[in-house]
Write a protein that binds this ligand. Structure first.
Ligand code: SF4
Length: 66
């Protein structure tokens, strides 16, 4: 299985990635860049190739899923 994104890695830090969003109404689960299967806790993301992000996470690349 793929590894979880480490929030301390330089790219994650640059994008302010966190496993738990502090932004109301914004999280990975409603971001257009999230991939994988709805309902799974850890899913692939287009900006972190080969890693998994938390569905409740957030980063500065967040963009609302239409
Ligand atoms: Fe989450 Fe950022 Fe990936 Fe969107 S781009 S799914 S907010 S880590």
């Amino acid at each position: 299985a793929a590894e979880h994104v480490d929030p301390e890695n330089p790219q994650a830090k640059a994008l302010q990635y966190v496993h738990k969003s502090a932004k109301e109404g914004q999280n990975c689960a409603n971001c257009i860049l999230l991939q994988g299967n709805a309902g799974e806790a850890w899913r692939p993301c287009g900006v972190f190739p080969g890693k998994l992000v938390n569905a409740e996470g957030w980063c500065a690349a967040w963009a609302k899923k239409p």
